[in-house]
Design a protein around this ligand. Structure first.
Ligand code: M1P
Length: 271
């Protein structure tokens, strides 16, 4: 049954996070938060990220008057608003972990889909492959196990912001991740998995079909008149491509957060 919260907001606007609402792995600007708050008066809003909840809360929690706060801080104040509350829909891990109007929706499990034995073969291969990679530097957490996917990083997820940028440049010149996923697609062809390069230092691995379109199945009950999607990696191969080109959405390609703000003003706010 349609929620009363959407009675006067028949459009849904969904956003990728990194390089769409924020710079990669950084907090949203005040201008972005203000723009989203204005938009929310006219349309339902949501984000769809490959990232997990911890990272998104660092990026999208709304700062209060007493400074930046997140639900993960030790001393939250009354002025902080977690991302789950600041958006009508919060879709983490492509929507496998989902909240609607602050309430959790049922989630699905990567490990149940793959099975322990097959997962063990996959993760053993990943770790051997990474051990044999000759990169300028390596850090820690090479495989991050999440609810609806795993995330694999040749440099390791503990890399600092500067180390991320350096790896990203190295990767663009040397195709480290592209070569890695090519091998995986061949070697694990029978696993039914998608290997998707979405961010700067890693790639996501999830069952076929559990890309960002998964989130669309979770909004069907509201029968929105229009569903817009804004993302930066909308070309084929990018992790926004499937939802961007899905017939259920009106897709918008952006070049970064300031471009997103400009488009939101033009399309929804300046009239
Ligand atoms: O931009 C989305 C991606 O963000 C992170 O990628 P990276 O750490 O490589 O920049 C990850 O959370 C990844 O899962 C996600 O798809």
């Amino acid at each position: 049954m349609a929620s009363a919260a959407f009675a006067n907001r028949k459009k849904l606007v969904l956003f990728d996070v990194d390089e769409t609402l924020t710079l990669a792995r950084q907090a949203a600007s005040q201008e972005m938060l203000d723009t989203l708050a204005a938009l929310r008066k006219k349309a339902a809003i949501g984000f769809v990220s490959g990232s997990d909840m911890k990272k998104i809360e660092e990026q999208l929690s709304v700062r209060g008057t007493q400074g930046y706060q997140s639900i993960l801080d030790a001393w939250p104040t009354e002025t902080s608003t977690p991302a789950i509350q600041a958006f009508d829909y919060a879709f983490y891990e492509n929507g496998l972990v989902a909240y609607k109007l602050g309430e959790a929706l049922p989630s699905d499990s990567f490990i149940l889909y793959v099975g322990e034995e097959r997962y063990k073969r996959l993760v053993n291969f990943l770790l051997h492959y990474i051990a044999d990679l000759d990169l300028p530097i390596k850090r820690g957490t090479f495989v991050e196990f999440r609810n609806g996917m795993i995330n694999v990083s040749p440099i390791g997820r503990n890399a600092t912001l500067q180390e991320r940028k350096d790896f990203n440049q190295f990767d663009q010149a040397n195709g480290v991740r592209a070569a890695f996923v090519k091998v995986l697609r061949e070697k694990f062809a029978d696993y039914g998995l998608t290997f998707s390069i979405g961010g700067q230092i890693s790639f996501d691995v999830f069952p076929n079909g559990w890309d960002k379109r998964y989130a669309l199945s979770r909004v069907e009950d509201e029968q929105f008149e229009e569903i817009h999607f804004f993302g930066d990696k909308t070309d084929p191969g990018g992790n926004d491509h499937e939802i961007f080109s899905d017939p259920r959405t009106i897709g918008h390609t952006v070049e970064g957060p300031s471009h997103t703000i400009r488009l939101l003003k033009e399309l929804f706010l300046d009239h």
